[in-house]
Design a protein around this ligand. Sequence first.
Ligand code: PHE
Length: 448
Amino acid sequence: MNTTPVENRGRWGSNLGFILAAAGSAIGLGNIWGFPYKASQSGGAAFVLVYVLCVALLGIPIMFAELSIGRASEKSPVGAFKKLAPGSFWWLVGALGVLSGFAILSFYSVIAGWALGYIFKAVGGAFAGGVTLDESGSIFGAFTANKSMMILWTAAFFLLTILVVRGGIRGGIELASKILMPVFFALLIGLALRSMTLPGASEGFWFLFNADFHKLTPKIVLDALSQAFFSLSLGMGAMITYGSYLSRGQNLPRAGVIVALADTAIALLAGLMIFPALFSQGAEPAGSVGLVFVVLPTIFDTLPAGELFAVAFYILLVIAALTSSISLLEVVVSYFVDELKWSREKSTWLLGAACFALAVPSALSPNGFLGIMNKIFFDYALAIGALFICLFVGWRWKPAAAIDELSAEGTRFPGLKFWGFLVRYFCPLVVAIIIVMQAYTALRPAAG
Ligand code: PHE
């Protein structure tokens, strides 16, 4: 039956290459743009604490589930469920993932396009000489109101994504991750060190790490969970797909933990880059999507080597976005390659172009269409996908089979039995409760 050799789909060239690519998928706008603004909206440390718990108790177990499904089946999401549960409807979970990947990529690229545009703004000295919050707000307002430029920046970012994905697993995604991730780490560490050594920076530190439990509300728990799934690239099959290109020699659970820890550390580091700089200038960390596009520009000029800081920061943001967007496109492309036998070249260009078409309304209406897409796919689709992935592993494929895969070729990892319990009972229950609460609070916005 299996006439196409697996090698035709591509494989990672090395374990490190896989880890960098998976970490690249996880580390993205969610970490640098989303995490700080959500933390600031939710009062800082309380959110951080709940977030870390979500990663540990739900994120990592679901990461194991996805990676094991991927490697056991050696297929992208739809084919993976078909192979592990033939003749059932489980493939719909994979289809939801492909759909989510397509939809998320469309609005993700718009925000990445803003970052791309802001590199050029920063190079052109738009923030030199200092801008006030009002001025910065109008710069951003004018920037996003320029419709043709919005489309152009989005298109430019799509082109970057397409050029990487068409190169395939080893020659495209892995190569790009191996070059970009080290640059990313170096930039981030440099910027965070700069920010944390500014006078008065410690306030920013305490804002993130001094938990005030009175600020803990159910809303924070909901936000933290959505943020954790999004940030770890879970619930839509990205990790199934990346796992499907792995060989059995890789210690899967260990790789999953490394990726999750790296993602969390980078989110915290992004906070340590942004908040100390804000507090040191007495700026309000008032949370909004504009935190990195509106508030941050007001402090660049006050920092030593501020212009360099600005340029480096937006380059960092684009790199983070690119290593994530390629994984989003890869999920969609791999479905067409695996299931419909399209060539990678054709799939990448056609699907990239189709997704760009869906991105246009988001690019033109950041507060309207983009907001709605974000709400549906960020708040619901990933959690629903994650719920079914848990149910699949816990009840259909069974934890024992998954544990066999996770410990293939004698690789060892402690606590896999406990993981089986989490994925069968704990995770689906908690995620289901959270989805219901999410819908409940959305339908009754006035209450509470
Ligand atoms: N994890 C990415 C980020 O934090 C976004 C992403 C979500 C990528 C889902 C792939 C799948 O920006």
